[in-house]
Design a binder for this molecule. Structure first.
Ligand SMILES: NC(=O)c1ccc[n+]([C@@H]2O[C@H](COP(=O)([O-])OP(=O)(O)OC[C@H]3O[C@@H](n4cnc5c(N)ncnc54)[C@H](OP(=O)(O)O)[C@@H]3O)[C@@H](O)[C@H]2O)c1
Length: 296
């Protein structure tokens, strides 16, 4: 595919919502709708993969972070729910993290417990303040959203939002998106679980940035199907592996701001970050990707 056609794909895959700034190589940054600040469209998840406490394993996660920032990544997502992950992030953060966009969550019941947990997370990450704080899985969301709103007013966090996953409670997530003032929402979306598709339109309508979790369905997308050769669309998209196709499928949603695949392996990180380069699928190719995957 030549560069002109590649740009055509990009234009088809995005709308004025998220104009691409670079078709190839540089990464395609997307705007946070509430501020206009731009973010690389691939972030890093840390559930399970960063839940380690052994010094050698922590050093290895430091290498993952270093490579992630070198390759243009910014948003790192974690939560007090993820065991030792926040401590690992703080301990392993490399020197090239100047552009870190720190995103954690509150996951408890009650205002005081929430405030204590948020302060503990901040200390574990070793950051002055978080860029983004979200209410994890909508737990006690009214209480915590009030706390987060106050923190934002006081300049103690830059953006706030809520998360869900696994297709759960989309009705409540939509109600919050429509009725509350939030900057971000996070939910699950991948070729195997497309139940959140209607929420992209709500986010676009309400000016809310979207973080997509579980872009590989928690790793469940890999296995016998992905052992089969990549169909023809792989070459058209500049992907050599199914992982790239899966990520480009997610990123071709115009209202998706950032997808956050998790990995413990440098080779996988490099492979995943390559999905920021080259063309994105249009509507026809998106349908082919899903059909080819389900049939594989
Ligand atoms: N409610 C919430 O707020 C919520 C819920 C779920 C998830 N999240 C966030 O979203 C992040 C992502 O979701 P997730 O961790 O559940 O699942 P995921 O990112 O969909 O999948 C992660 C799995 O995929 C594997 N993987 C990554 N890159 C690969 C590649 N190129 N080839 C083959 N395998 C690859 C990883 O194994 P390797 O280590 O071997 O690479 C890991 O087992 C989480 O880490 C978390 O930060 C938030």
């Amino acid at each position: 595919m030549d560069r002109r056609r590649a740009l055509g794909f990009l234009a088809a895959g995005f709308s004025a919502l998220a104009p691409p700034v670079g078709a190839e190589g540089a990464g395609i940054e997307r705007a946070i709708r509430s501020s206009g600040e731009r973010l690389a469209p691939l972030g890093l998840g840390t559930w399970l993969t960063f839940d380690v406490s052994d010094a050698g394993q922590r050093r290895a996660r430091g290498e993952i972070l270093r490579e992630f920032f070198d390759l243009g990544g910014r948003l790192v997502d974690s939560s007090p729910m993820y065991g030792a992950s926040e401590e690992t992030i703080g301990a392993a953060m490399p020197a090239n993290a100047a552009r870190l966009f720190s995103a954690s969550k509150v996951w408890t019941v009650g205002a005081l417990a929430g405030r204590r947990q948020l302060e503990n997370s901040r200390a574990l990450w070793r950051v002055k303040r978080f860029d983004l704080l979200q209410v994890h899985n909508l737990l006690d969301w009214e209480t915590h959203l009030a706390t987060l709103r106050r923190m934002k007013d006081e300049g103690r966090v830059r953006y706030i939002g809520v998360t869900t996953s696994h297709g759960r409670r989309h009705d409540l997530a939509e109600k919050i998106m429509r009725e509350e003032k939030i900057d971000f929402v996070q939910f699950t979306y991948n070729v195997n679980d497309r139940s959140a598709e209607p929420l992209f339109a709500v986010a676009a309508d309400r000016g809310i940035a979207v973080i997509v979790n579980r872009p590989f369905d928690g790793g469940g997308l890999f296995g016998a199907k992905t052992a089969k050769p990549l169909p023809g669309w792989g070459a058209e998209l500049g992907c050599s592996t199914w992982a790239g196709g899966f990520l480009k499928f997610v990123l071709s949603q115009p209202a998706a701001t950032c997808a956050i695949p998790a990995t413990s392996k440098l080779a996988h990180l490099r492979e995943n970050m390559r999905a920021m380069a080259g063309p994105l699928p249009d509507a026809t190719m998106r349908t082919r990707i899903v059909a080819d995957y389900l049939r594989a």
